[in-house]
Design a protein around this ligand. Structure first.
Ligand code: C2E
Ligand code: MG
Ligand code: MG
Ligand code: MG
Length: 285
């Protein structure tokens, strides 16, 4: 049984040889099989509502546990997946897994949102809309509770095309979120051009805001922008529990980070829900 600690990004086996071309080629060749045998799976990190301190939702994060080498960093294997032309396939798998998990959580009485990361490179054509609809239909998960976090928005080549695809996705009832706001190029342009329902302020600013006035200014200005644009703002990567008050003062709606919880297995997530019936769906603190 996995522990939450096992999924700490810093425990990923990042040996020098993992950067070998041969290793990367073997990863690319093994992606499909790894999904079939369950070496690739999802963990779920809680998103907490700052006002109530209740669980608002979870984000599905993909993991690859190689029996021989241990955990492979998702940033690394997603890059290899992209190179192998298997991004669409991985996304289909993650969407299906996450929507099934979301359906089970709802069935158990926990009406929380399920966020799934979608690479911006998939916003080049309408196929992604069918993939999302298929995941919803085959699992029976309520579209209103699905949130798609668009990562790497700096790689969007045509905003008009991406905007029309996101509009289609929103017609299905699904929410769209801009991941890692503030890092990469053209964050404001992407936010301006695309119909996002939510912004996630990158961990770079959130983790440094207590000690660095510049980082704090960025977090509070993005929160203010979210309020004025009537967009949900989530702070990512909050590690220090002492910083929670500051975030509340700044006025973010939601927070995600090790201060509340690391990514956990579905089993642990279900236990967390049933073990805390007295305080509502799933009170995290
Ligand atoms: P992300 O979507 O911004 O996800 C947040 C990342 O920050 C996760 O790393 C999470 O474990 C980590 N994190 C959360 N709270 C804290 C904290 O308090 N401190 C620190 N140091 N880290 C924290 P992870 O799981 O390694 O994922 C890295 C990135 O890989 C994700 O960043 C996302 O861009 C991508 N990714 C993960 N799963 C998927 C997926 O299914 N599809 C796609 N396309 N990308 C994915
Ligand atoms: Mg994300
Ligand atoms: Mg992020
Ligand atoms: Mg990030």
């Amino acid at each position: 049984e996995e522990t939450s600690e096992a999924h700490d990004p810093i425990t990923f086996a990042e040996t020098g040889s993992q950067n070998d071309l041969l290793w990367d080629i073997s990863l690319r060749a093994r992606i499909d099989q790894a999904m079939d045998v369950g070496e690739i799976y999802c963990v779920y990190q809680p998103k907490i509502c700052l006002a109530s301190k209740n669980l608002a939702g979870v984000e599905a994060l993909v993991r690859w546990h190689d029996p021989a080498r241990g955990f492979i960093s998702p940033v690394h294997f997603i890059q290899q997946c992209e190179k192998a032309g298997r991004m669409e396939h991985l996304t289909r798998y993650v969407l299906h897994t996450a929507c099934s998990a979301g359906k089970l959580l709802h069935f158990r009485g926990s009406k929380i949102t399920m966020s799934v990361n979608i690479s911006a490179t998939l916003l080049g054509d309408m196929r992604i809309v069918g993939i999302i609809q298929h995941a919803l239909q085959s699992t029976g998960f309520d579209p209103e509770y699905l949130v798609l976090e668009i990562t790497e928005t700096s790689r969007i080549s045509d905003y008009a095309v991406a905007a029309s695809i996101l509009d289609e996705i929103k017609l299905v009832g699904v929410k769209v979120s801009m991941d890692d706001f503030g890092i990469g190029s053209a964050s404001y342009e992407a936010f301006y051009e695309l119909p996002f329902d939510e912004i996630k302020i990158d961990r770079l600013f959130v983790s440094n805001m207590a000690k660095d006035p510049k980082a704090r200014a960025i977090v509070s200005s993005v929160a203010a922008m979210g309020r004025e644009a009537r967009i949900n703002v989530v702070a990512e990567g909050l590690e220090n529990p002492n910083d929670i008050d500051m975030l509340e003062l700044i006025g973010c709606q939601q927070v995600q980070g090790f201060a509340f919880s690391r990514p956990i297995s579905l089993t642990n997530l279900l236990e967390l829900n049933s073990s805390d019936q007295t305080r509502g769906a799933a009170n995290m603190v």
